[in-house]
Design a protein around this ligand. Structure first.
Ligand SMILES: C[S@@+](CC[C@H](N)C(=O)[O-])C[C@H]1O[C@@H](n2cnc3c(N)ncnc32)[C@H](O)[C@@H]1O
Length: 286
């Protein structure tokens, strides 16, 4: 039996904290049989996230570096409730709005998971997908990840700061959990730039973690999210160290802030098409 075939048998070993997904594996890191199989030979992007498993004397601010890129597929899957549903939905929206001879921009693409979903579902031809990230580590992993899913055409990967990127002739722009990592003062200008880059009828998809005006709602949804992470196999130490690492780097907005920003940019039609706990995805149409 080849090593690849052995990987296909992982579902048999999965317990309640693990599941096999379309683009990656969500695994119970405490399952020794799974660890054993994974140690045989696993593409870097399928490694289990144990970055915060050991106590760190001082927790550094979170960065999209090599260590994070290696485990990112597992990390995002086990941290964002509904992540796979959102990816699927991005493809579903794409097949309805992407037009021939237009461009799709995947801004803050990480491993290119949203681009892959678009590629799988859009049937018009030709069109172009441009996936942009400012992390070299992420883009290296994205290239490996995209090569594993061969298709009729390439996703163009660009190493750029999306604040500086030139966008035009777009039928779809995707910000899948990226906006929250930008400086708050840069967000409105980016949304305006996106609006101007879109063709009439084109769409912007924004997925984000939300924050809430009401302390009660904030605390309720935070607690539910922490339970979700426990159920994915993260320990209390991992949850608390990750939280410390990310709190100065990821600054979520309220739903009202997103809605007002979209409206101010010129979008007259917008709606929440997905929400699970404090995670949301919005679609705005020009
Ligand atoms: C949470 S990840 C996005 C996940 C990804 N969109 C997906 O669907 O799996 C955020 C990404 O945004 C990138 N990023 C953050 N700020 C950026 C910027 N100013 N320009 C380009 N990329 C940026 C990070 O390097 C990281 O890869």
């Amino acid at each position: 039996m080849t090593k690849n075939l052995k990987i296909r048998f992982i579902p048999i070993l999965l317990k309640k904290n693990a599941a096999l997904t379309q683009d990656g594996l969500v695994l119970d890191p405490n399952n020794s049989k799974i660890k054993q199989i994974l140690s045989l030979k696993m593409p870097m992007s399928l490694q289990i996230d144990t970055l915060f498993a050991d106590r760190q004397p001082q927790v550094a601010d979170f960065e999209f570096n090599d260590q994070v890129a290696d485990v990112f597929a597992d990390m995002i899957q086990r941290s964002v409730p509904g992540y796979q549903t959102i990816l699927q939905g991005i493809g579903d929206i794409a097949k309805r709005v992407v037009t021939a001879h237009s461009r799709v921009y995947d801004l803050g693409c990480s491993l290119g998971a949203a681009s892959l979903s678009v590629q799988r579902q859009v049937t018009v031809s030709p069109y172009q997908i441009i996936a942009i990230d400012n992390s070299t580590a992420m883009l290296q992993q994205a290239r490996c990840h995209l090569n594993r899913f061969k298709s009729s055409f390439d996703v163009e990967l660009r190493h750029e700061d999306i604040i500086e990127s030139t966008l035009n002739e777009a039928s779809l722009v995707i910000l899948n959990f990226t906006l929250q990592f930008l400086k708050p003062e840069a967000r409105a200008t980016l949304i305006q730039k996106i609006y101007h880059s879109l063709q009439p009828g084109g769409a912007l998809i924004i997925s984000e973690k939300l924050c809430f005006e009401s302390p009660q709602i904030q605390s309720l949804l935070d607690d539910m999210h922490i339970d979700f992470k426990r159920a994915q196999g993260y320990s209390e130490l991992e949850i608390s160290q990750k939280r410390q690492a990310i709190e100065h780097v990821m600054r979520p907005d309220t739903l009202a802030t997103h809605q007002q920003r979209l409206q101010a940019a010129g979008f007259t039609q917008q709606h929440t098409w997905f929400q699970c706990m404090n995670f949301i995805s919005l679609v705005a149409i020009k």
